[in-house]
Design a protein around this ligand. Structure first.
Ligand SMILES: *Cc1c(COP(=O)(O)O)cnc(C)c1O
Length: 405
């Protein structure tokens, strides 16, 4: 079955109470057993079941299964936010003295998080991940992992995803791909040999801007029996389950950044229409960038769907569409004046919403990192990032036209 048919019917196929077409919202924080042996068996992992809500509950589990289907993976752990998914996963798989390589074109908070790891004895090298050679040059004896985003924002660099996957295989490194900007509808990291895929569910997968969430999916491309940091307790059964079990226990259970059942429900309902929304948002982004690139008030447009983009061909070969995020640099107009003239676009952070959003990057989300790091990431003071939604295309064009005139 196709992408949408599978996810639309995934709750029901898992067996839903009363024939309900959605998995209901289970709010109980704990689950009781008539026979204490069953409780013990659940705790010991010998029996399927639920114990305490911090680890998982039936509503969250249904969403995890849906995401596993989207990613073509084997298992998923859901978290309260995308940041929780990244932070707790890396914490559970890395140890003091380890090193990892990361793309330097990163979501701002991920950049901040990775800098904090250094203070805890886990070193990171930031590299230009559009080049596999730059990644290869940083691999050392204690390197455990490579972390990249599919399309970075705001400048829309595309990582050399397949080549980095081959490199990681060669060096037996864990390959961690943040798939948030592409979603599993545009790209499946599994096909690029990724070990784990992370999605901020807050963005396109939920889509409606009404719930925070994150997820990590095991893709069964890495042999965890070769990985030095798995605790003996989790070395049971098929090695493809070892890391995700450790992430669920040492990450989710011990840190407690659990996804709530109400948020899981919102995200699950939103995800039913992921493919339809992505089709529309990406088409809108393509039309808008074609309009902006020839506009006299604009000096640069960064979008992997434009032929002038340095990874245009790479994006074409990897992704169903080149995404729905782009950035512009304005020629003469002040970016605040431009933003304040927009009537339909919402001036805000976040991305991957059904509504179109715009933000002055250097003055907001990338303000804290300071002018030097901004310059190294190619972020101009006039840069405006857009996240394009599902509005009627003509209305978006009209709004940009009037704001630029
Ligand atoms: C938003 C985002 C995150 C973090 O997700 P939250 O749900 O906001 O914590 C991580 N990576 C990327 C690429 C993102 O866009």
């Amino acid at each position: 079955m196709g992408f949408t048919s599978q996810i639309l019917h995934s709750d029901r196929r898992g067996g839903v109470e009363h024939g309900s077409i959605h998995k209901p919202i289970h709010t109980a924080v704990t689950f009781g057993y008539d026979d204490a042996h069953d409780l013990a068996a659940v705790f010991q992992g010998r029996q399927q079941g639920y114990s305490y809500g911090r680890q998982v509950n039936p509503t969250v589990n249904a969403l995890q299964e849906k995401i596993t289907i989207m990613e073509g993976g084997v298992a998923t752990a859901a978290f309260s936010t995308g940041m929780a998914a990244i932070g707790t996963t890396l914490f559970s798989l890395l140890r003091n003295g380890d090193h990892f390589v990361s793309s330097s074109f990163l979501f701002g908070n991920t950049n901040s998080l990775f800098n904090s790891f250094a203070a805890h004895g886990i070193e990171v090298s930031f590299v230009d991940a559009t080049s596999v050679d730059a990644v290869a040059a940083e691999i050392r004896d204690n390197t455990r992992m490579v972390f990249v985003e599919t399309i970075a924002n705001p400048r829309t660099q595309v990582s050399d995803l397949e080549a980095i996957g081959k490199l990681c295989k060669q060096h037996n490194l864990v390959y961690f791909v943040d798939n948030t900007l592409t979603t599993p509808y545009l790209f499946q990291p599994k096909d690029a040999d990724a070990s784990l895929s992370i999605n901020s569910l807050t963005k396109y997968i939920g889509g409606h801007g009404n719930a925070l969430g994150g997820a990590v999916t095991e893709l069964a491309n890495y042999d965890w029996s070769e990985y030095p940091n798995i605790y003996d307790t989790y070395k049971k059964g098929d090695p493809s389950n070892w890391a995700i079990t450790q992430i669920k226990k040492k990450g989710l259970r011990d840190f407690g950044a659990s996804l709530g059942p109400e948020a899981a429900h919102h995200i699950s309902v939103g995800s039913d229409t992921l493919a339809l929304r992505m089709d529309r948002s990406c088409r809108n982004a393509s039309t808008l960038t074609s309009f902006l690139v020839q506009h006299s008030g604009i000096s640069r447009v960064y979008y992997p769907g434009l032929e002038e983009h340095p990874q245009y061909e790479l994006a074409r070969s990897l992704f169903r569409y080149p995404g729905a995020i782009f950035s512009i640099e304005l020629k003469d107009m002040d970016c605040f004046e431009f933003l304040n003239r927009l009537e339909l676009f919402i001036c805000t952070s976040n991305l991957g919403d059904n509504r179109s959003l715009a933000i002055p990057v250097a003055h907001s989300i990338y303000y804290e990192m300071g002018p030097e790091r901004r310059a190294s990431m190619g972020i101009d003071d006039s840069l405006v990032r857009f996240s394009i939604g599902i509005e009627d295309t003509d209305d978006l064009v009209t709004d940009l036209e009037q704001a630029l005139s």
